[in-house]
Design a protein around this ligand. Sequence first.
Ligand code: GLU
Length: 471
Amino acid sequence: MKIKTRFAPSPTGNLHIGSIRTALYSWLFARHNNGKFVLRIEDTDLKRSQEVSLNSIFHGLKWLGLDWDEGPYFQSKRLDRYREVINIMLDKGDAYKCFCSSTQLEKIRIDLIQKGLKPRYPGICRNLKHKDILNQDYVIRFKNPRTGKVIFNDIVRGDIIFNNQELDDLVIQRSNGMPTYNFCVVIDDLDMQITHVIRGEDHINNTPRQINIMKSLGVKIPIYAHLSMILDEDKHKISKRKNALSIIEYYKQGFLPEAILNHVVRLGWSCGDKEIFSILEMQELFNLKSVSKSSSIFSTKKLLWLNKYYINNLSITHISCILKKYMLEKNILINNGPNLESLLKLLRNRYHTLKEITESCRYFYQEFKDFNKEAAKKHFTIQNCFVLKKIYQKIKKLIVWDEKTISGVMNNLSVSMQIKIKEINMLLRVAITGNVFSPSISSVIILVGREKTLLRIKKAINYINATSIKK
Ligand code: GLU
């Protein structure tokens, strides 16, 4: 039988690291086994489902390259199918209408808790003689077996056993007619011929309920793999309602999909000591048997390290195509400066994210308003004004325009004027970039170009003149 996995998010929050790992493992398992990967949107909770979450799911998966072979299926569009099966179950006596009111149920719940018992529905309507009570709201419950056990072999966690006594008669259709999550999942996994259900450990308690429904329908039960928690660096569980960043946020922060997938794949899975995995390697090497039962820690530091690795190791043409989008989003007109490949060659080993590169390269493309005040105060002295004038003249006359010639000019000046080369470099850095951080200033000058360089030196000279008059 062909392997088929699914990713089944509820659109009630953003796509975050935990759900991405579920999606990635399901996708990898399908790809590794030449199987199929299905995308299903679990949106029966219409009140909590949001358009923005849906967009985050679709955009996020596409951006990461986790392509699906079937779907997206929407549970909200399959209501007729669920009702059809519920009716069959009612006819067969595997489900029943429950007319207990919420006040009645609450009273039962409190009584049981006071007696020190686990609150569960005691099955009052299970054997009702008159199955239809006119004009009274009802839910539909599954008749869970009262004896015996549910045993399933979880690929990650081994045998998991539940006593049926612990499970009560689950509501499979609410009083408003909407089928519930645990029921829809069963019908979907069945209809979509899912062979392996890979999902978070928070669903372990649902699994025996789902298996019992499947057994009552007489269908083949999929294989389960429940993934352990992901914690943040403070050892708190990452959850979409609390501390999880949306995947879109990682894009905005300048991360590459390769880095995210590489970090996420290692949150629970390993292959020897190997740290770096290309997507192809992941597909080739991934298996569920090596997924660990222990929780894992999402580390922003590690992600930054991987991102820097990929910025430096993926093809420069590829990275510059992506960088172009960031630049446009920040209104940096790339035609006004060096081509992005040359820029990346100069900058890429200095930064961890494309956002940092974007923020730090503006001066190559557009004039900055002010010099860094501290730096100007320190370096824009009257004596240095004279140095700048000299450099201006030399640069203007240069015939050969390369890094070696530029640094030659500065070295000669350093000797002839007896000024430390470090001081000349910093003076020029402030004049040309407006600030005190940049790669080697001669390489910056080459990319900024002669015209802009001369203009900025002039601007610095004027600044010194203006401020010295004030003094
Ligand atoms: N919709 C569920 C969730 O977002 C997943 C259900 C499942 O994988 O069975 O947590």
